[in-house]
Ligand binder design. Structure first.
Ligand code: TRP
Length: 443
């Protein structure tokens, strides 16, 4: 159950929508190399630490952190880590829902046969027509938020398991089939080279920051989502092996998505670094020209909606759980309230793609030219999640007593335990700090 829930949270738009366009933007191989390094050296130890704290605390992240800090005789200010996570959850969900809305809109496009025989120019027009219309975006954003809240208010455990059990294999099979199509119809070698032959001159502090942010985002780390799910993990389950399973599945799906997309991008002379529209412009071209593409495209976008749905749930579950614990709200009331907040912030992202492509507010700073959506994405993935991740590691690997963390992790192999401790104590926190300092130009 935990592996399913955590995989359901991890695998989502981050793998299929965000990873390809971030890789395209970050110069391909250089980004992918840094991303995989960040998954292994930062993502895994943070994930294990987060699950560990969640299982020991057994409540919402804020109360888990407060309880564990009290247990260790430390300040309950550690609860602020949960507060920052909750805030990050609202901000991420607000734009996540808008993008999931694009996916819903594309389910309808696929069903109505819009992709059949579509041209390179046609896919661009289809996408621009959607994002240029704030009312259409609002409609789909609202629908997605209603779907998310309707699951959350019944309690996440029910239904999630079945959904993920069907979803993961389905998504996997479809993506593999698309990679096969990319081998046949795309410039597969160019795609492969783009993703795996790093141009080392493209490794810059900025690309490292984005790769790190993407590693946190795609594994759902640093805001308490995994901590929340860790609280469902039974006493006897192994934290190390479940974390490795989740991270491997997630990475595999992202890489496959890249292999399905870039060969099509290059074969059609599309721009790899064009940003958030990348898959919505590339995939319909593939669906429009493969045999059975309409049905295939329909199935694909439906599964992507489900993947986004199981991820979105994990973004507000910590806040809902906390409101139920703290204010004795009913679950229904807390869910509606949280959904409404995230929905309202989402309006800013809806407008980012048409009326306010650039907010002028932060011009003249490092954020010049960033839209509301870009700012939220930057703030959450590149700053809040890694910061949350460091604090989680520091708590698990330094603050918590050696015997508590040993019993909780239950790693029988001493070398594996030592490796986790080394990564969580030194490598992950210093790695994040080093990347931050590089970006600020201080090292
Ligand atoms: N990991 C999800 C994805 O790849 C998104 C997500 C769900 C998330 N829960 C999260 C990201 C918590 C950061 C934190 O689509």
């Amino acid at each position: 159950m935990f592996v399913l829930a955590a995989a359901g949270s991890a695998v989502g738009l981050g793998n299929i929508w965000k990873f390809p366009y971030m890789a395209g933007d970050g110069g391909g191989g250089a980004f992918v190399l840094l991303y995989i390094t960040c998954i292994a050296l930062l993502g895994l130890p943070v994930m294990m630490s987060e699950v560990l704290l969640g299982r020991r605390g057994r409540s919402s992240p804020i109360n888990t952190m407060r309880a564990l800090a009290r247990e260790e005789g430390r300040s309950t200010l550690w609860g602020l880590l949960g507060v920052m996570g909750m805030l990050a959850g609202f901000l991420i969900l607000s734009f996540y829902s808008v993008i999931a809305g694009w996916t819903l809109a594309y389910v309808v496009e696929a069903a109505s046969g819009s992709f059949a025989g579509i041209s390179t120019q046609g896919v661009g027009e289809l996408f621009n027509r959607l994002v240029g219309d704030p009312w259409r975006l609002m409609f789909w954003h609202t629908l997605f938020m209603v779907l998310t809240v309707s699951v959350i208010l019944r309690g996440v455990r029910r239904g999630l398991e079945a959904a993920v059990r069907l979803l993961m294999p389905g998504l996997f099979v479809l993506i593999v089939a698309m990679v096969v199509y990319a081998v046949i119809a795309g410039d597969f070698l160019d795609g492969l080279k783009f993703l795996f032959a790093p141009d080392f001159s493209k490794i810059t502090p900025d690309v490292a920051l984005k790769a790190m942010g993407q590693a946190f985002f795609t594994l759902s780390l640093g805001m308490g989502a995994i901590m929340m799910y860790g609280s469902y993990l039974p006493e006897d389950a192994s934290i190390a092996s479940t974390s490795v399973q989740v991270a491997l599945t997630d990475t595999l799906i992202a890489i496959l998505a890249g292999l399905a997309i870039f060969p099509i991008v290059f074969a059609n002379g599309l721009e790899a670094g064009q940003g958030p529209g990348l898959i919505f412009i590339t995939l319909p071209l593939a669906f429009g020209h493969m045999p059975g593409g309409t049905l295939f495209g329909l199935l694909f976008f439906i599964l992507l909606v489900f993947a986004a749905w199981t991820s979105a749930i994990s973004l507000i579950e910590p806040a809902v759980a906390w409101m139920v614990e703290r204010f004795s709200f009913t679950r229904i009331r807390a869910s509606l309230f949280c959904g409404l907040i995230a929905w309202a912030i989402g309006v800013g992202t809806v407008l980012s793609f048409n009326h306010w492509p650039r907010i002028r507010l932060l011009d003249g700073t490092a954020f010049e030219g960033k839209s509301f959506f870009d700012l939220l994405d930057y703030l959450t993935s590149n700053i809040m999640l890694p910061l949350g991740g460091i604090l989680i590691c520091l708590f698990a690997a330094w603050v918590m007593g050696e015997s508590s963390r040993r019993t909780e992790l239950r790693i029988t192999h001493p070398a594996v335990y030592a490796l986790w401790r080394f990564l969580a104590r030194y490598v992950a926190p210093l790695g994040v700090v080093l990347i931050f300092l590089h970006v600020l130009g201080m090292v």
